[in-house]
Ligand binder design. Structure first.
Ligand SMILES: [Zn+2]
Length: 294
């Protein structure tokens, strides 16, 4: 059974190159030297090494703070998947999607599509990068069946129904489209004048649908991918019609404020080249706000 890193590595090998980033830029994918390793299991992902990979002492530095994710701590070997992943310096900056054996760095629009209609071919996996500072590959979850669907948001695993998150996303997007802010939808504290404008009954009906889910991880996920619909009628007719709306072509580097809570704290690895500074992340967040909230 493939672990997340093994699935990503296999998909990378099967994906036509170049494999551009969501912003259209190309990036270097180093090929680390693999060799024979003595341990049956991989220290990091716990998967089978088949005798090939890299020694963990050659790869894992003292500054590596993701040790709590290690699955086979008695091992001194890394499998080829983990050995390869840890050599890809850019990979934390971008979300990861494996579907039909191919690797993608999905845009937020693409992530939204997957969450609305989870793939029905297995295995697949989705790990969503929020800060761009944390490893999301080996903490991810491979989906092997519709009965057990998990996606990763930053380093938090979230279980989804096989039917997707449309039941949460629809009222969230309707409220955003009606002019409420993401903060209002997240907190449940709304401005009275906006409620009057939207109509009390209309607002109440949608707020009732999301009130019970507020604070749940699936709700955070819905708010994260929610888009303001260009025309409200389209949103209520068909989710498919929204696929033509503007795609967010920026990296998933900016964080929604509440997502950080509950994230393992031991993952403040030093920033590697090509990663965004906090200032840049904040700048991108500011740039994105107008397009999100109209
Ligand atoms: Zn591994």
């Amino acid at each position: 059974m493939l672990t997340p890193t093994q699935l990503i590595y296999q998909a990378y090998q099967n994906t036509p190159k170049p494999l551009p980033l969501p912003n259209g830029k190309e990036v270097e994918w180093p090929i680390p030297e693999m060799g024979e390793v003595p341990d049956e299991l991989c220290w990091l992902c716990g998967g089978a090494t088949h005798g090939q990979g890299r020694m963990s002492k050659d790869v894992i530095r003292k500054t590596f703070t993701n040790t709590p994710f290690a699955r086979a701590i008695e091992s001194e070997s890394l499998c080829t998947g983990c050995g390869w992943i840890l050599a890809q310096r850019h990979i934390r900056n971008w979300s990861l999607l494996v579907v039909d054996g191919k690797l993608e760095h999905p845009t937020r629009q693409r992530i939204r599509e997957v969450l609305l209609a989870p793939p029905e071919t297995y295995p697949w996996m989705l790990s969503i990068a929020v800060s761009g500072q944390k490893h999301i590959s080996f903490p991810g979850r491979v989906v092997f069946s519709p009965r057990n669907i998990w996606v990763l948001l930053e380093q938090i695993p979230i279980q989804l129904p096989a039917s997707g998150i449309g039941h949460v996303l629809a009222p969230v997007e309707e409220l955003l489209t009606a002019g409420f802010t993401k903060t209002e939808v997240q907190t449940g504290v709304y401005r009275q004048d906006r409620i009057r404008t939207a109509g009390l009954a209309w607002w109440k009906e949608r707020e009732k649908r999301i009130a019970a889910m507020r604070g749940s991880q699936m709700f955070e996920l819905a708010v994260y991918v929610a888009q303001v619909q260009e025309r409200e009628e389209e949103a209520s007719c068909s989710m498919d019609s929204t696929r033509t709306t503007k795609t967010q072509q920026q990296p998933h580097s900016a964080s929604t404020q509440s997502i950080g809570a509950g994230t393992p704290s031991g993952s403040k690895s030093p920033r590697t080249s090509g990663e965004l500074s906090k200032e840049q992340s904040a700048q991108r967040q500011r740039e994105r706000q107008p397009s999100l909230f109209g």
